[in-house]
Design a protein around this ligand. Structure first.
Ligand code: URA
Length: 437
């Protein structure tokens, strides 16, 4: 096989065979195929697409380019969740202990934030001592004995995707549904997942800005899971406004702790209950989704999930006094509540701008590897549809310098748009994609 022939085949809109895809991915991973040929191939895929069979072959080829974790000795059914990324998305911090309370064991490998979208590892590292660098052995041991793990990637998972994603990032080939879907699913399959809840965000603060795009991605990933012998459910959730109120690492940990104690923002609570419901359902702890929902609600009311989160922090070396007394979490030097400049109904709270301003404050990073400031961020005080009086606190900025505070304040004010007429609240979900349809 010559790489150029596969580029030409894809350029001309033809379908690649399983063997051709495998050889291409193997050749690219071991360096036989250079970046320039892989880039040309990715551009051909971007323009001409791939069939579901090709996408599944690409997913499996990338998944098998490195280690494949076998968690079957540690849990009966390996359930995982994945969010396509958003602003204020601290769901894993609540959902993992919640599903553990329902008897679902889960070993989660999370990522760091990049750009306007936050990452669970950065959030949880607001708790001093919390280790996110567990080895594969530690991961398996903790999953077997405690039933919950929250760490960074262990092992060399889907290296082909790591290499291809970095190349796509600099060659304008990220926004291709087949490449995005195979990239996400290859990492989930390599991490051993058999059942996956995909939280696919749609809106201004998400990768997929429209609901039809998010639905297409969800359908594609659910189909890949099916063809690859796994099961997935895709929840299409709103990301036009931040999820919950807090955006920023320690601020989000505090909001997650409040939620685990029964005092969470209603939209975030409902989001977590819904994600947990589908995880409990896929883990076969209930025969149907409604029964799974009752189990999750009961667990949520029991207060045990907070205890499980506390234990997670302890088991992974974190200082639990920060969970017991969240005011000990990193605090920004400057905290300023900004009043509403007018009265009216909130029509827009632009999640992307809020996420970008959190990055300006230092809560996120523009390039991989940059450090983050755990203390800073933004707390919005309202949701779309709320009526707000002039002078009421609209949002609070947590900053480490006056300059940064002054820089983000006007942008955050502009991120809020107003209406004199009542505005409908945004839906939390736009639909559910299952392989049963
Ligand atoms: N996230 C991924 O893991 N891969 C993509 O291609 C896009 C988002």
């Amino acid at each position: 096989m010559r790489a150029v022939d596969l580029i030409i085949k894809k350029r001309d809109g033809e379908e690649l065979t399983t063997e051709e895809i495998q050889e291409f991915i193997t050749g690219y991973t071991n360096g036989d195929i250079p970046d320039y040929q892989a880039a040309a191939w990715a551009m051909a895929v971007l323009f001409n697409g791939m069939t579901p069979r090709e996408i599944t072959d690409l997913t499996l080829a990338m998944a098998h380019s490195g280690d494949i974790l076998d968690l079957s000795g540690a849990v009966d059914i390996v359930v995982d969740k994945h969010s396509t990324g958003g602003v204020g998305d601290k769901t894993s911090l609540v959902v993992l202990p919640l599903v553990l309370t329902c008897g679902v064991h889960i070993g989660k490998m999370s990522g760091r934030g990049l750009g306007f979208s936050g990452g669970t590892l950065d959030k949880v590292e607001s708790i001093p001592g919390f280790r996110t660098d567990l080895s594969s052995e530690e991961f398996l041991e903790q999953l077997s004995t405690f039933g919950m793990v929250l760490t960074g990637q262990t092992g060399d998972l889907a290296p082909a995707d790591g290499k291809l994603y970095a190349l796509r990032d600099v060659t304008g080939t990220v926004p291709s549904l087949p490449l995005i879907a195979s990239s996400i699913m290859s990492k989930k399959i390599a991490a051993g997942a058999q059942r996956i809840v995909l939280d696919v965000k749609a809106g201004e603060g998400a990768f997929m800005e429209t609901v039809p795009e998010a639905r297409e991605l969800a359908e594609l990933m659910v189909q890949i899971a099916h063809l690859a012998g796994r099961r997935a459910v895709g929840l299409i959730s709103d990301m036009n406004q931040p999820l919950g109120f807090a955006v920023g690492n320690a601020l989000e940990v505090k909001e997650a702790i409040d939620t685990l104690k029964g005092n969470g923002p209603p939209d975030f609570v409902e989001h977590c209950l819904q994600v947990a419901t589908y995880m409990v359902y896929l883990a076969e702890r209930a025969d149907h989704v409604e029964a799974a929902r009752s189990i999750v609600e009961k667990a949520n009311h029991s207060g045990q999930a907070f205890e499980k989160f506390r234990q997670l922090v302890e088991v992974q070396g974190g200082d639990v006094s920060y969970v017991d007394h969240p005011h000990k979490l990193p605090q920004a030097k400057l905290v300023e509540a900004v009043p509403a400049p007018r009265r009216g109904y909130l029509a827009v709270i632009d999640a992307r701008v809020i996420g970008e301003m959190a990055v300006v404050l230092g809560a996120g990073r523009l390039k991989k590897g940059m450090p983050v400031d755990h203390a800073v961020g933004i707390v919005v005080h309202h949701k779309v549809g709320d009526y707000v009086e002039v002078g009421e606190p609209l949002f609070t900025i947590h900053a480490d310098s006056q300059d940064k505070l002054d820089e983000v304040k006007p942008e955050l004010l502009n991120a809020h748009q107003w209406s004199d007429d009542p505005v409908k609240p945004l839906p939390l979900f736009y639909g559910v994609v299952t392989d049963l349809e």
